[in-house]
Design a protein around this ligand. Sequence first.
Ligand code: NAD
Ligand code: IMJ
Length: 255
Amino acid sequence: MNLEGKTFVIMGVANRRSIAWGAARALDQMGANLVFTILNERFRRELEKLLDDLEGNHDIVVECDVQDDEQIASAFEEIGAKTGGIDGLLHAIAYAGKDELQGGYSETSREGFKNALDISSYSLAIIAKNAKKIMNEGGSIVTMTYLGGERAMPNYNVMGIAKAALDASVRYLALDLGADGFRVNAVSAGPIRTLSSSAVGEFKSVMKEMEERSPLKRNVDQLEVGNTVAFLLSDLASGITGEVVHVDSGYHVMA
Ligand code: NAD
Ligand code: IMJ
């Protein structure tokens, strides 16, 4: 796939293991220009180390905490001014308090619920609002979701509710932004060892079950997810919007 001359914003690289970094590598291989946003300046040095591995153009790294409306607005103004317009964006951001990801969902605090849904679900809407102002014709937005938003899974708890709200946001944003010709989709990845998953209790057994029960009888990796993200960001997917594509070895079809 050739993405030369296209510019995409990648939100959510924390380190080499991040799913967003898998997407960055895939898009870079296809010749795209990349812009990165980071949670805060503490992530800049880590990202700059990774950027040496990329072939193409990737000079712009902007701070963007999705809980800060003003920072989001100024980040996208800066990106618009420096790029002259973007062709798409990957949102690969989620967070819930550690305590909420163990024990039962009924123990979730009001504050924990608000925080998880603010960062993991609402953020896609406000990012879409700001990104559409600088998006070129045919622009595409992709977010990352998980099967725990469709099914009840041990420990995923409030993140499952946040992913259900994120999946619904994809459909409503697809309707809203469709009027301008923009597309909005999600990629539902199988379990992958990253900063956000390795801290999780019983993660090993989730990976093992995937190997034993999924149709492909194996786990997926960041690059496979990244290739699907690149497809959805590209014009090859010009007729697809409001969709959740599962990159999970087919695990979700099993009873
Ligand atoms: P990761 O920890 O590498 O990425 C999460 C990112 O979210 C980090 O870069 C972090 O800085 C960012 N973030 C958190 N709070 C933020 C805020 N307030 N503002 C801006 N950025 C913020 O982990 P990952 O596994 O690559 O997660 C990326 C996405 O993929 C998440 O949405 C996650 O739910 C989803 N996902 C992960 C898996 C998995 O098994 N790893 C499976 C399916 C979906
Ligand atoms: C997360 C929690 C419980 C079970 C889980 C996960 N399984 C998988 C994940 C089975 C695959 C990873 N995932 C899909 C996520 O969306 C993770 C989100 C997340 C992870 C953490 C860990 C550290 C922390 N807060 C977090 N917030 C969100 O403090």
